[in-house]
Design a protein around this ligand. Structure first.
Ligand SMILES: Cc1ncc(COP(=O)(O)O)c(C=O)c1O
Length: 399
């Protein structure tokens, strides 16, 4: 079927954290103007409908009229459908017994971090990187976030391998949380880059948690390579994937840890609490990974259309804004530093004058993110246009 992603679906009144939770942002973010005209683009979920087979699966579960305790593996299709998806779309062979259902990506992430490090240990992150990694490491898990900064070459980010080696060689640093594809900078790592990361981490016995929840949103011709495909010692890494990001199903809190070493899996499972997903998540995952290809192709094309439109608009109307085309994810990492404004001034122009909520760069890069903003743009193009036009207007006097 042909999906109409241009259709604006009103998410107000659906418990949406992005749309209905905006008021809560006033408490956390200073200098923010929230009213009925605010356009929120800070949360990494989509304002685009999920695949039709997923919607039908939700109806089937709802119509059953009972929503009791549920186990993922009660239906072998739960894991088998995931294996089919990764084989066909990412050329990666996984067997169903290597799939572990987790309560959201952070459920597995937290457990793995605690399993492979102790309080006070260092957890390496390649900043700029998804800010919740750092906040969870420091404030929830009582570890230390250790920065291995990416190298920024005109908006194209690469890994500083010398620095990574130095950080891995420090015996206090036990785990690397690797974001692949990288949110917010949009890189899809090459085989060569992945191999180098794997070799350095293996050499210094640093465990790699490869968070690949953005792996399905790729630009045309770009291939995502799962970390475990290139990592020789499968006992030194795990991969996290999920329907949450891929199919706009984050509200179902369902992800999967892929562990390909039996000993590692036994260790992980020994202490991992028995995960009981909702029946909606199990049915949703089976539907998405079995019948979601057509939707995924179309949504990726639509997102790429949004990205191309926005980049062209900024080039014409905000020539000082530096923003590169991301290879993956649905985020833009926008560099406002050429405006000669402070980070606060950039923030105020966007969040107050334009009445658009993005995410401050310091969330993802506390040291160097002051003049950056992250925009999530998987929304109807008309909404994106309105947001970009308002932002451009807010910078008109310094154009
Ligand atoms: C890289 C990355 N990992 C994890 C998450 C959160 O995933 P979950 O909601 O499944 O815990 C996000 C959400 O934006 C993300 O971008």
């Amino acid at each position: 079927m042909k999906y109409d992603f241009d259709k604006v679906i009103d998410r107000h009144g659906t418990y949406s954290s992005k749309w209905d939770g905006l008021a809560g942002m006033k408490k956390r973010v200073t200098n923010i103007n929230i009213d009925e005209n605010t356009i929120p683009m800070m949360v990494a979920d989509m304002d685009l409908q999920s695949p039709q087979p997923v919607i039908e699966a939700m109806h089937r579960v709802a119509d059953h009229m009972m929503y009791g305790y549920t186990v993922a593996n009660a239906d072998p299709k739960y894991a088998e459908s995931l294996c089919r998806w990764f084989k066909d779309r990412h050329d990666w062979i996984i067997s169903p017994d290597e799939v572990t259902c987790s309560h959201g990506t952070f459920g597995a992430l937290e457990h793995a971090v605690k399993l492979f490090s102790n309080e006070g240990d260092g957890i390496i992150v390649m900043r700029p990187v998804y800010g919740h990694f750092s906040s969870a490491i420091e404030t929830e898990w009582n570890r230390k976030a250790v920065s291995n900064h990416l190298i920024n070459d005109n908006g194209y980010y690469t890994i500083d391998f010398a620095d990574l080696e130095e950080k891995c060689a420090d015996p206090n640093n036990k785990v690397l949380i690797f974001c692949s594809p990288a949110n917010p900078v949009g890189r899809v790592w090459t085989e060569e880059e992945l191999k180098k990361v794997s070799e350095i981490c293996a050499k210094h016995d640093v465990f790699v948690i490869s968070d690949e929840v953005h792996c399905d949103h790729l630009r045309k011709g770009v291939k995502h390579i799962p970390f475990l495909k290139v990592c020789e010692d499968k006992s030194k890494a795990m991969v996290l994937v999920g329907i949450n990001k891929s199919f706009n199903m984050a509200g179902l809190s369902c992800s999967n840890a892929i562990i390909q070493d039996k000993g590692l899996q036994a260790k992980f499972m020994e202490t991992y609490p028995w995960v009981m997903p909702t029946p909606f998540a199990v049915a949703g995952q089976i539907a998405a990974y079995t019948e979601g290809d057509e939707w995924m192709d179309q949504v990726c094309e639509y997102i790429e259309g949004n990205i191309d439109w926005a980049l062209d608009f900024f080039k014409q109307n905000m020539p000082k804004l530096k923003v590169a085309k991301p290879e993956g994810t649905y985020c833009l990492w926008m560099d406002f530093s050429d405006y000669g404004l402070s980070g606060d001034e950039v923030h105020d122009r966007i969040y107050i004058n334009a009445n658009v909520v993005l995410q401050d760069g310091t969330v993802h890069d506390p040291e160097y993110g002051q003049c950056y903003q992250r925009m999530c743009l998987p929304c109807a193009r008309s909404v994106l246009k309105e947001a970009c036009e308002r932002i451009a207007k807010a910078f008109e006097d310094v154009k």
